[in-house]
Ligand binder design. Sequence first.
Ligand code: S3P
Length: 447
Amino acid sequence: MLQTANSPLVSLRSGPLSGSVCVPGDKSISHRALMLGALASGRTLIRGLLEGEDVLNTGRVLAAMGCPVHRAGGAWEVLGRGVGGLAQPEAPLDFGNSGTGVRLMMGLLAGNDILARLIGDASLSRRPMGRVLDPLVRMGLEVVDGARTLPLSLRGTGDLLPLEYRLPVASAQIKSAILLAGLHASGATSVIEPETTRDHTERMVSYFGGEVTIGERDGKRLITVKGNAELEGRNVEVPGDPSSAAFLAAAALMVPRSEIRIQGVLANPTRTGFYTTVREMGADLVFHNERQQGGEPVADITVRHAKLKGVRVPPERAPSMIDEYPILACLAACAAGETHMAGLAELKVKESDRLAATVAGLQANGVRARSDGEALYVEGGRGVPGGGTVETHLDHRIAMAFLTLGLAADRPVTVDDASIIATSFPEFRGLMQGLGARFAAPEDVRR
Ligand code: S3P
């Protein structure tokens, strides 16, 4: 388990940000590229893999089940074992902080005749796993020890049953776990989504040669994969992560006279809700040079500082920007009037209770914010006093959102632990500083 000492960090009011950067690879696609590489036969070569702790843990877990994963020059190589080819691990599988890693891997484990113990850090051990276990148990997975949170001991089977499942919540992780399990089952497995969620699993299964069909049931998206799949190793180029790019874009929008360009960002419409929203707020943000890369749309983004206004973000947009609410809420503090974000129940079960952590962080820095049931309200445009310390609760996005807010605050903003940022965006501090952002250790800041 990754144990790091708390390392507080302070962000300071900064001058205009400028420059052109590439953000590291998309986290969701990186996990899936490793896993589908493992399920394929032959070699998969992945360029631009996110080398954050979450993804590295997925690689280590696959290696512990007999699937070689290693860095080869500038790329990562996976030597696939074929569907159903994972080996019995000898030690517990540690997923660290990663909900995506553990939940998707449960889908793989379900279809292999092995017993595995799954563990994670304090944040991951609090997060709900029943939502993934319920459908997988119906397919044949056995929960040998534990209940609905980690640690869990699970036994998979070589005789997995196909399933048709209506998702109780809009979650790409549940959908993906079922579809990945479905590749091992003896027949077709289908998932019906209440709202469209990120579709990288569907795209990538078909890119690796699996059979995926997308249809409709009662006006909802119906995704079906064919079982006993035979996948073939592929070359994958991972686009830049739009969830990481959101912090840079928000920084440029907040800090007067900024203009930055972010290159090679994933522009899949199931992921771009944040960008739609900031445009509605009045942002000067343009996607250009749009192109296809390995079955996914990619674009460069140019963004300039602009005066923003508060908006209402509709609940149905939540799946396409689920990880961006903390940074959107910080941006809303700099926008005139109220921003109302609706339909955020899922935010309560992320790496932290992000609804509570976001409200607490804003209030600690003098911004009027409140939550009401599943909604979040931020009253912006009165300046950001800053001066507060934000509790990150082992949540990388809370840490990055408030470090970004500090760049536009009157007084420094402190986060109690910046080390957790390494789970998804190890280059965050360096890239931001390269654009002109100012960060410091607490002992170096004169208050
Ligand atoms: C992810 C799906 C989302 C998101 C997470 C990554 C994925 O979770 O919050 O960071 O890669 O499938 P849910 O699907 O549970 O909402």
